[in-house]
Design a protein around this ligand. Structure first.
Ligand SMILES: [Zn+2]
Length: 477
């Protein structure tokens, strides 16, 4: 029995993948753009401007809520959250406080083969702030991100270990990607976590004092921050110290949390209903329609991949994390009917290449029908696996050329013609009498050597399986 049990809650901020910002028509994609280029009087908070709700953002937030089993409130509204900071030109954030878009969801996560249900308190929408960069002599403000639509997904404090927290966060990422509500690309800051964690003794009825750690921007940071906080609080409590309710930051290099400020109470923000936006009324039949339009969710897809294709767990995870790669794989299997060959090509070769070039499968020149042709050609012994990987695939990848043309051009068609293979075998048997004698005495490695000689003689174009059959037959004659 552990001395203390952690109680963990997670707040996830995910950028909604819309074309424009939440309340204006500025471009929502500011990655790698010149600072302050995607701004207008609305998202710069000028007096006299009026926000207009982006209906696409609302729809995507509802889809995410439904996928997380949340109840959509028929009536919800925006509130102003007032605080003063240079990244927020209007002096308030438009968020949802008392009547959020959706509530009471849940998610089942699987940690080391144990299923656990984690409650979702609420999902609400809000706009993001700008980005500050501190430099010697001042601070640079970039408002490109100001007004970007966010969903905040708040969990119940049902999580008890760092591993559970990571599984939960990973599952949320897969789900919001599956319903196309967010790209959730952590490297681009599209998904961030705030955690709160407290410790209590197993026999305690009440929870311990809660500490918040803000702005974690990777799964690793999430896990490490929780591990550190749990051990820090355990040490303090063992020494008889009390835990201070506070907000801490995470130093990703040292993997420790550091105190930032004593927790603000909710009323510090002076929330009040946003006067410039009408409340949102969402009819029951609209919600029902959207429920019907939900695509296959990751948990169902996982079961299907297991049943239909018998894929290993780590392969399935890859396909669920990258929706487009998953589609590519499914197209490949539909064309080849060879799940195992298709997954090893998708995961071991295509994915490596994508990672190397930092692109998505959509941006790659290679298309599923061409790769399917190549895979079938290997399966039918028309070309060798080695030639496919080393000579044909790289050219397909670089140029987008079809494998038929490359095979033809390079003269790579595997020699399956029995009479020419018989001739090669007779030659190598004559030239390698010692290896032949060894093989006759039961040394199986000599067979590999002889096949290798045959491959060399055919300049790699012979079918090694047929070569080995012929050699064996000739020796036993
Ligand atoms: Zn704008």
């Amino acid at each position: 029995m552990p001395t203390y049990i952690p109680t963990i809650g997670l707040e996830i901020h995910a950028q909604i993948s819309t074309k424009t910002k939440l309340f204006c028509s500025c471009d929502n994609d500011s990655f790698d753009k010149e600072p302050n280029i995607n701004t207008c009087p609305v998202c710069m908070g000028f007096p006299g401007t009026l926000p207009v709700l982006n209906q696409d953002a609302l729809k995507k937030a509802i889809m995410a809520s439904l996928a997380l089993n949340c109840k959509i409130n028929n009536f919800s509204r925006f509130d102003r959250k007032n605080y003063f900071y240079p990244d927020l030109p209007s002096g308030f954030q438009i968020s949802q406080y008392e009547q959020p878009l959706a509530e009471k969801g849940n998610l089942i996560v699987n940690v080391e083969n144990v299923e656990k249900n984690i409650g979702i308190t609420r999902l609400h929408m809000e706009n993001d702030a700008g980005k500050l960069t501190h430099v010697p002599g001042g601070t640079l403000c970039d408002y490109n991100r100001s007004g970007t639509p966010l969903m905040e997904i708040v969990s119940e404090p049902d999580i008890t270990t760092p591993k559970e927290a990571v599984s939960y966060a990973r599952e949320i990422q897969k789900i919001i990607r599956a319903v196309d509500s967010s790209d959730a690309d952590m490297e681009k800051g599209m998904m961030r976590f705030d955690i709160n964690v407290s410790l209590k003794k197993p026999e305690d009825k009440q929870l311990g004092v809660k500490v918040e750690v803000k702005n974690l921007n990777s799964f690793r940071s999430l896990e490490k921050a929780l591990e550190y906080e749990i051990s820090r609080q355990t040490e303090s409590l063992k020494k008889g110290e009390s835990i201070i309710q506070e907000t801490r930051g995470f130093d990703a290099e040292k993997e420790i949390t550091v105190s930032q400020r004593v927790k603000e109470q909710a009323h510090d923000y002076r929330y009040f209903p946003e006067p410039d936006l009408p409340p949102m009324e969402i009819a029951k039949n609209e919600i029902e329609e959207m429920k019907k339009a939900l695509p296959e969710l990751p948990s169902a897809k996982k079961d299907r991949y297991q049943k239909e294709y018998d894929l290993q767990e780590h392969y399935i995870e890859t396909l669920l994390e990258d929706i487009d790669l998953g589609k590519f794989f499914e197209e490949l299997v539909a064309l080849t009917n060879l799940p195992q060959r298709s997954i090893t090509w998708t995961n071991d070769i295509i994915l490596n290449q994508l990672k190397k070039e930092k692109i998505s499968i959509k941006e790659a020149k290679i298309k599923a029908p061409e790769l399917a042709y190549l895979i079938k050609a290997i399966e039918n012994n028309e070309i060798s696996n080695l030639k496919a990987k080393e000579e044909i695939f790289p050219e397909m990848w670089e140029t987008g050329e079809t494998p038929e043309i490359i095979i033809e051009k390079k003269g790579l068609k595997q020699v399956n013609d029995l009479s020419s293979l018989e001739q090669i075998c007779s030659q190598i048997i004559a030239e390698n009498q010692k290896a032949v004698a060894d093989l006759k005495n039961g040394n199986e490695r000599s067979l590999g050597f002889l096949v290798g000689q045959g491959m060399a003689k055919s300049k790699g174009q012979a079918n090694p399986k047929i070569l080995s059959e012929i050699i064996r037959k000739k020796i036993n004659q």
